[in-house]
Design a protein around this ligand. Structure first.
Ligand SMILES: [Zn+2]
Length: 449
């Protein structure tokens, strides 16, 4: 069982085939949620999954569940999957990779005639990107109960068409309910969408969680005066004060370690005249951190730092936190299955936190969940140039396969920390044997962990 490997070439061919649906001239994909192209991609996946003997259910949000039965079909299934919708100028891999890596897992189980103890399900979540129907990740959010169905159906695009109407139109408004799809474990494979794995030359990211995000609006109010006659010490210059606030904010981020992120992405100056002292400045803060305690500490430090300018200046400064999404910690058992799967396949890996949001954020609230990352070229994603390699795609799918097998009860992974000498010997042997018999998954850039 531990020597079973996916077919990386077949996976790559499926990725290229799926990438033709909505293909753009620059090599990317535009396949917005619930468009005709989304329907075509769902139809193609259905054809592929039915050819593998899977049954299909569709829920009221158009989430798709392809089931491969196991021996104990009344038990919870092991789920895996991602999304098929893309950004308007998206790539072939964001989302589609996790879905087709899941299909490759099912094909591999069939190739080897493996009957799993628990059933397995490949899931496609609707509208992960949120670019046609904001907000993002609506399908998985409704499934997990974070949004109700009426809210999901009422989300509309710029032309006023709602998700409910569009699901009906493309024939993907089904009647499955979340209660019929409870998972013993859930795994999502995804391209990293950042540069870390590539820069450290490791093919696998063991994703331990998703960082938290806080959004703030800051307003600094001073007074408009003439740029010429007003002496510097008699001004209420909103930009000058906001510059000092920004300096303090960047300092907070710099002093908060590698994992802290702080971005001022919007900054507006009023009245915006070169010979008038600015009376008002508005700016945004996007702050992120993966650790809840640090996340909350930095939150407090930011608000205190901003508000302190009410005392140190005679300007009026306000800060409002308009959104708080705390850090998500994935299930430790699922994380260790991914880690052990990477070790057994002899892939070097990096434990990391996702910088971007994913369907797994919502799924982790209703099922033990974790994610598997593979590198993408230059860390580029949400871009038509998004790319990875057949080797990395295959590596991630192999880790997914063995994470799934470890969860279906087909074999129990020994915890590597408690390996006996003989187990370690056989593990090393397995890795060497596999390297010798297949070059497909011994990656040029991979280092043994
Ligand atoms: Zn994605």
């Amino acid at each position: 069982m531990k020597h079973v490997r996916v077919n990386s070439d077949r996976l790559w061919e499926s990725l290229m085939e799926m990438g033709k649906i909505g293909a753009t001239e620059k090599g990317g994909v535009c396949r917005l949620a619930l468009t005709d192209l989304d329907r075509v991609s769902r139809d193609l996946l259905t054809e592929w999954c039915e050819a593998e003997g899977c049954s299909r259910e569709v829920d009221a949000m158009g989430n798709l569940f392809f089931r491969r039965p196991g021996k104990s079909n009344s038990e919870k299934a092991v789920g895996f999957g991602s999304h098929l919708d893309t950004q308007p100028t998206g790539g072939k891999f964001d989302g589609a990779y996790g879905v087709l890596a899941g299909l490759e897992v099912i094909r591999t189980l069939n190739d080897h005639g493996i009957e799993t103890e628990l059933p397995v399900e490949l899931v496609v979540w609707t509208n992960e990107e949120g670019s046609r129907f904001p907000p993002a990740m609506i399908g998985s959010a409704v499934f997990a109960g974070a949004f109700d169905l009426a809210y999901g159906h009422s989300r509309s695009d710029l032309s006023g068409k709602t998700m409910g109407e569009e699901l009906e139109r493309i024939g993907y408004r089904g009647d499955a309910v979340p209660e019929d799809h409870e998972y013993a474990a859930f795994f999502e494979a995804h391209i990293e969408q950042g540069p870390i794995l590539e820069s450290i030359e490791k093919p696998i990211g063991v994703v331990t969680g998703v960082q938290g995000v806080n959004w703030y609006d800051v307003v600094v109010v001073g007074a408009e005066t003439h740029a010429g006659p007003t002496p510097m010490d008699q001004r209420k210059d909103a930009l000058r004060t906001s510059s000092m606030i920004l300096r303090d904010l960047y300092r907070i981020a710099e002093n908060s370690g590698f994992d802290a992120r702080l971005t001022i992405g919007e900054h507006r100056i009023f009245p915006g005249s070169r010979n008038t002292v600015p009376s008002r400045v508005e700016f945004s803060i996007d702050m992120r951190h993966p650790d809840l305690q640090e996340f909350d500490r930095i939150d407090e430090e930011i608000q205190t730092a901003v508000l302190s300018f009410n005392d140190s200046t005679d300007l009026e400064v306000t800060v409002e936190r308009i959104w708080r999404s705390p850090p998500i910690q994935f299930n430790s058992e699922c994380i260790s299955r991914v880690r052990n799967a990477a070790r057994t396949c002899n892939f070097a890996f990096n434990e990391m936190v996702s910088g971007a949001g994913h369907d797994s954020v919502y799924i982790s609230s209703v099922a033990p969940t974790s994610m598997i990352f593979i590198p993408c070229d230059d860390g580029v994603s949400h871009n038509e140039l998004e790319n990875t390699s057949p080797e990395f795609a295959g590596a991630g799918a192999n880790v997914l396969l063995h994470s799934v097998l470890a969860s279906t009860g087909n074999y129990a992974w020994p915890n590597l920390l408690t390996f006996s000498v003989s187990e370690m010997r056989s593990l090393t042997y397995c890795a060497l044997l596999a390297k010798k018999t297949s070059s497909r998954w011994s990656l040029p850039k991979a280092r043994c962990s």
